[in-house]
Ligand binder design. Structure first.
Ligand code: CA
Length: 225
């Protein structure tokens, strides 16, 4: 899952970015409103964290332009405690949620998870797939009822594949969901995560097929014995 942080305070942006990367998200950081506007128009993001007071173009303008382009990417606004009016205006303009500064990182991440769930799984935090169960709130997986140990990146790949079961997913798509501008993840790494996931899931009958030249396909659960 790829997140754009739009924040002109480098300390705050760095803190958020580190925390989210540790949690397995791919993170890009835009320092100004016009940069954010440019990236949002060109790149795929799963969520944007948007400060309102920004150089060159303020956050509400970034949001207004985003929604005008018809982009539905969830937006979480970062706002100062006393800026209630801005907050209301942000929600009116199509923001999905807001977090008040100074922010608690754990709360921020919980809200991010809630928003991405809303977008991807119709609000249900648990995704079942044959013998596999993913709890996207707890970020915990179970296989045949047993807890499944998944490092952050493997978790992210699986979380990306699951709602797309039965469809071919390109390696580039997976890569995009895993990395921001400054991350050096290669296609080889994607292949490695897939092969580790396979080692864990195949014995239980969950198959990730390689579709030559195109990518991967997580077989639908009902196609399994
Ligand atoms: Ca600011």
């Amino acid at each position: 899952m790829r997140i754009l942080i739009v924040e002109d305070d480098p300390l705050l942006a760095d803190g958020i970015s580190r925390y989210l990367k540790q949690a397995g998200y791919a993170v890009d950081w835009a320092v100004s409103g016009d940069q954010a506007d440019d990236w949002l128009a060109r790149e795929h993001y799963d969520l944007a964290i948007l400060d309102l007071g920004l150089p060159r173009m303020d956050g509400t303008e970034v949001l207004r332009k985003l929604r005008r382009r018809g982009q539905t990417v969830p937006v979480l606004i970062l706002t100062a405690r006393d800026a209630l009016e801005d907050r209301v205006r942000g929600l009116d303009l199509g923001a999905d949620d807001y977090v008040v500064k100074p922010i608690a990182l754990a709360e921020l991440e919980a809200r991010i998870r809630a928003l991405s769930r809303r977008g991807q799984y119709g609000g249900n935090p648990q995704i079942a797939h044959g013998p596999l169960l993913l709890d996207t709130t707890a970020r915990q997986a179970w296989l045949n009822g047993e807890p499944l140990d998944l490092p952050a990146r493997e978790w992210s790949v699986l979380e990306f594949l699951l709602p797309r079961a039965g469809r071919i997913v390109g390696k580039e798509q997976i890569l995009q969901s895993l990395c921001g501008w400054n991350d050096e993840i290669s296609i080889n790494a994607v292949e490695a995560y897939i092969s580790r996931l396979r080692a864990k899931l195949e014995p239980a009958g969950v198959h990730i097929r390689t579709v030559r030249g195109l990518g991967y396909l997580l077989e639908k659960a009902d196609a399994q014995p």
